[in-house]
Design a protein around this ligand. Structure first.
Ligand SMILES: [Zn+2]
Length: 167
């Protein structure tokens, strides 16, 4: 059901199956995905220029999301950090166990790594199948109001939806 993108194929099979169970219902329950993956998620008072962080803890992994950003932004950040967890655990290790994303989703990792995380995040919050269904109900004509309605439905910003639809 999910598109077999390069990022998607990097996810190990067990986690991919777990993830896909959550993708037919929108807005996608990101908190439930994190819980199923055994990740703690906390809204935190992170510095102003920081959107999110994923860190290895004794118990597993913990994601912190900046409590001061908008709800849609927080959702995308959570999906972005989940993406790092799913396909970049080796990178998190190499960075000493903590990866911190600023507001541009830049961290100590390479640009390519951040690009991958953004692509996967976007596929998680706006799953291919659900998006196709919603899209077909509009008769396939892209309009400003359609982007707005879909963004609302999927719990993302209009900008994120526009980028996803152009991909
Ligand atoms: Zn990142």
């Amino acid at each position: 059901m999910a598109a077999a993108t390069r990022e998607w194929q990097k996810i190990n099979l067990a986690e991919r199956e777990l993830l896909e169970k959550h993708l037919s219902e929108v807005p996608v329950k990101l908190g439930a995905i994190a819980r199923d993956l055994g990740i703690d998620v906390k809204l935190s008072s992170l510095p102003l220029n920081i959107s999110g962080q994923i860190a290895k803890t004794q118990a597993g992994y913990e994601i912190k999301i900046n409590r001061h950003e908008s709800r849609q932004r927080q959702r995308f950040t959570l999906a972005h950090e989940l993406a790092h967890f799913l396909i970049h655990r080796d990178i998190i290790d190499r960075l000493g166990g903590t990866l911190t994303d600023n507001v541009l989703y830049r961290s100590g990792a390479s640009e390519n790594i951040e690009y991958e995380a953004n692509r996967l995040a976007s596929q998680i919050v706006m799953p291919e199948g659900a998006l196709r269904d919603a899209y077909s109900r509009f008769g396939g004509t892209i309009s400003e109001s359609m982007v707005e309605v879909l963004a609302e439905q999927f719990g993302v910003s209009k900008a994120a939806m526009e980028i996803r639809m152009a991909a």
